[in-house]
Write a protein that binds this ligand. Sequence first.
Ligand SMILES: [Zn+2]
Length: 71
Amino acid sequence: MRQYKKVETTELDKVFCNKCGKEILREADFLHVEKRWGYFSGKDNEVHEFDLCEECYDAWISDFSIPVEKK
Ligand SMILES: [Zn+2]
């Protein structure tokens, strides 16, 4: 005999770009950033998390003074 209990689960449904607000389709690649700021930052242990679609990523890095390294 087996007894089962109901377990509530959370799974990723959709991803939205934090910059433009558009939904990022499942088959598309995107940038995910999760950063815990240290004690000596102005954010004292806050965790910041965001996602960017490829178009917004390209626009963001085009503003960099030093280009990203491509391998
Ligand atoms: Zn975007």
